[in-house]
Design a protein around this ligand. Structure first.
Ligand code: C5P
Length: 398
């Protein structure tokens, strides 16, 4: 939530400016106040009236507006916010910021502010890839400017590639992370999520029913507390949360490699439903019926146990390693044994018997098993489990 926080939103002149209106609405939904500033070019795309109506605040446009200077000078305006956000941030605005220009209200505010600045770049793919923009981006990053996006996709100009402004939801998540400075600020946490797909041949695979809902919620909750999250996900049904670094994998072995590549980390949460076995004799081309009526014989090989591999590391082990245990009976006894076997610090155990409706459902009922014993939490939404677990992780890393 952003209750009581103030965002100075500089809207640049690009077609993505319409998304800035949606951003205002979403920020206000979360309790933030938004002071919009429109560049002259932005006014070609959205009107000051729409920005002002959505923000329920005065819109600022001109540097030499004497009434504004009497009421609130540009220096004060640049400092009254908790965070300055530029969305869309055009190639021109990036160049101005990198060069330190101050020839209109937006660029002057950006020079005068003593607050952190988050930009959401948006431009044509060629402009984004232009060496000048690359140089400007490097300068801005070195100056400590935060960025969100751009994303890859079809663009209003008809071309395809990176340059599309991040969606309002992703910008809100980046704003929350920037303002969080929360208990996990400066901490890196790895989260695995979703199922794995183990190929039988190039078109067939063995999978499981994990939706990735709990893993996604945990990654979101950790990011909301300010953590830098590396989210290593198998092919899940639920999309990854915004504001985290997503690494997509298919197999257990790819997941282990991605986790090891993401180390070092302060904590790691293994919420993925990893296949215990892979097909050892997976075919290189599509398997066909041979007319004999004999089905192919699949041979299996054991997959690496990612949790146990990381939990047992002697060097570079995260300070806190958290595993999950989906059990159908003797939940606490089995999960306690699993905690010892896998070398992890905590196990989040849950009963996934069909009658609980937990697997694939919106709720979870978990028991947290730590070195101090077992602690059963009331049944709650997967988001609430995630939020509570993230708070516990933050406390443990203090
Ligand atoms: O042994 P079991 O599969 O019940 O253990 C579950 C825990 O171990 C989960 O945290 C899961 O993410 C992790 N795991 C793993 N790699 C495997 C199997 C399980 O990381 N190959």
């Amino acid at each position: 939530m952003l209750a009581g926080r103030r965002v100075l939103l500089i809207i640049g002149g690009g077609i993505a400016a319409y998304k800035a209106l949606e951003l205002i609405r979403r920020l206000r939904d979360r309790g933030a106040s938004v002071t919009p500033v429109l560049t002259r070019a932005a006014e070609e795309f959205v009107t000051p009236l729409s920005a002002s109506a959505l923000a329920a605040e005065k819109v600022y446009r001109h540097l030499f507006d004497l009434t504004d200077e009497a009421e609130m000078g540009h220096i004060e305006l640049s400092r009254a916010a908790d965070l300055v956000v530029v969305a869309p941030c055009t190639a021109d605005l990036m160049a101005k910021m990198a060069g330190g220009h101050a020839d209109d209200l937006a660029s002057t505010l950006l020079m005068a502010t003593d607050k952190r600045v988050l930009i959401a770049p948006a431009m044509n793919v060629r402009m984004w890839q232009h060496p000048a923009t690359r140089r400007n981006l490097a300068t801005l990053l070195a100056d400590g400017i935060l960025t969100v996006g751009p994303e890859e996709g079809a663009m209003a100009c008809g071309e395809f590639g990176p340059g599309r402004m991040a969606e309002p939801e992703a910008i809100v998540a980046a704003i929350e992370a920037a303002l969080a400075g929360g208990p996990l600020a400066g901490r890196h946490v790895i989260v695995t999520s979703g199922p794995t797909h183990e190929p039988i041949d190039p078109v067939r695979y063995i999978a499981n029913r994990s939706s990735g809902a709990q893993g996604s919620a945990i990654a979101r909750a950790l990011a909301a507390l300010g953590a830098r999250v590396t989210f290593v996900t198998g092919p899940a049904a639920v999309p990854p949360p915004p504001g985290v670094t997503v690494v997509r994998v298919e197999t257990a072995r790819e997941m282990l490699a991605a986790v090891e590549a993401a180390l070092p980390a302060d904590a790691a949460v293994f919420a993925a439903a990893v296949a215990d076995w892979r097909v050892a004799n997976a075919a290189g081309s599509k398997m066909k019926k041979d007319g004999s009526g004999r089905p192919p014989a699949l041979e299996f090989a054991e997959n690496p146990d990612i949790l146990a591999t990381v939990g047992r590391r002697t060097e570079g082990r995260p300070a806190l390693v958290v595993g999950f245990a989906a059990e159908t009976d003797d939940v606490v006894a089995n999960a306690t044994a699993k905690r010892a076997r896998k070398g992890c610090d905590w196990i989040v155990a849950n009963d996934v018997s069909p009658e609980t409706g937990i697997m694939g459902g919106a709720e979870n009922a978990v028991t947290l098993i730590t070195g101090a014993g077992a602690e059963t939490w009331p049944r709650m939404s997967k988001e609430a489990v995630a939020a509570r677990l993230a708070r516990r992780i933050a406390e443990a890393l203090q």
